[in-house]
Design a protein around this ligand. Sequence first.
Ligand code: IPD
Length: 282
Amino acid sequence: MLPPETLSSLRQIAAEIACEAGTLIHDMRMAGAEVDATKSSVTDIVTPADHRAEELIVERLRALRPDDGIFAEEGHSAETQTGITWVIDPIDGTVNYLYNLPSFCVSIAATIEDPRSYADGRRAVAAAVYAPRSDELFEAACEQGATRNGQPIHALPPKPLSQSLIATGFGYTRERRLEQHELLGRIIGKVRDIRRLGSAAYDLCLLASGRIDGYFEKGIQPWDWAAAALIATEAGAVTLGLDEHSPAGEKMFIAGAPQTALALQRLIRGDDNVPLSLGSAR
Ligand code: IPD
């Protein structure tokens, strides 16, 4: 593990750059937003602000940490010479950004290789997520806890699934959405309610700050989860994949207090007998 001072310094770098990029996209949105290009489908969009913010983040990181790797949603990449790779989403919640809805954020994580942690084989050791509309800066470093605007945050304790508010998201292709629709149909009647806010990174930060009970999604990508997963786990949540052999990742990403996440995992795997009360969800 990296020394605590190194982790703090990486967290500070992530936070400062996330705030600078967040201010840039916020200011750019004041002048309007347009679609620059589409990706996996016509609904999967990229705006000029995504590109500008990613360029700014990469430029700052290269100046401060020239030997680190880069893996960013809009295409920047570089091999690492130090073992650290920065995983970047310049705007998570791009559709919200286009429509001027508030849930969008900048996500920056310093990650290391760890084959057992997440499906992409890396995990964050320091991270920041900045949501400019609500002016919320979420930060975390490994074993140093998580904060929102400098104040420690904690995930909610487990509740019965029937009283748990669960966030999820949908992908951009028809096939993926049909699968998600089927899954949602099995879950929605068993939980307090579902929220679809449009930014996986922000959803995980809401979980970390005790404002939802759980999160699941099939199909999210490392740049969506890298930073916010550390923030959620440092706040006391756990992340799970579909079963004990598959870590959280693209195939399935489940997060919540341990009992909530385990009960959600059983439900998602098709166990219709998951007790919805807390005692029996163990
Ligand atoms: C998307 C958001 C959304 C999630 C999608 C992601 P983007 O990221 O996080 O909430 O449901 O799976 O692709 O496209 O806004 O960066």
